[in-house]
Design a protein around this ligand. Structure first.
Ligand SMILES: [Zn+2]
Length: 138
């Protein structure tokens, strides 16, 4: 039986690409950028390991409230890239109460459990922060 060769459509890249961030998100990112740069400069070193250099801003409350958390001192940590990766990728090790306990240990004046609970889906009580604080030796 004679077979006809497969017809292949040549790959053509389309003009439009998926945007990295929505317009709304880009606008919000630009809005909070000065605050976040000043924040990392002020903190100066990783709040987890103490290393200086370039720091990321980590949002303790991710998910639906991440955008609101971007410029809230009670909801963010300044972390080096290495620690940021660990905190993001190991939620079992770095539970939300533990992250809040770290914030409280490093910046007690910024600790605000009532405020951050408004940005969290699962509420965190003081007892779980106290318990997690015992895991952090500061
Ligand atoms: Zn670090």
């Amino acid at each position: 039986m004679k077979r006809s060769p497969l017809k292949r459509t040549p790959f053509v890249r389309k003009h439009t690409r998926i945007k990295n961030a929505s317009t709304k998100r880009r606008k919000r990112n630009a809005e909070v950028k000065p605050f976040r740069q000043a924040f990392t400069l002020e903190v100066g070193c990783c709040e987890l390991c103490g290393q200086g250099g370039l720091l990321d801003v980590h949002e303790i409350s991710g998910g639906w409230a991440r955008s609101k958390a971007l410029d809230k001192r009670y909801a963010i940590l300044a972390l080096c890239r290495g620690c940021h990766t660990v905190v993001e990728q190991e939620p079992a090790l770095w539970s939300v109460p533990r992250q809040i306990a770290l914030l409280r240990a490093r910046r007690p004046h910024d600790f605000d459990l009532v405020a951050i609970n408004k940005l969290l889906t699962r509420q965190v009580d003081l007892e779980s922060v106290e318990f997690a604080a015992e895991l952090i030796r500061v």
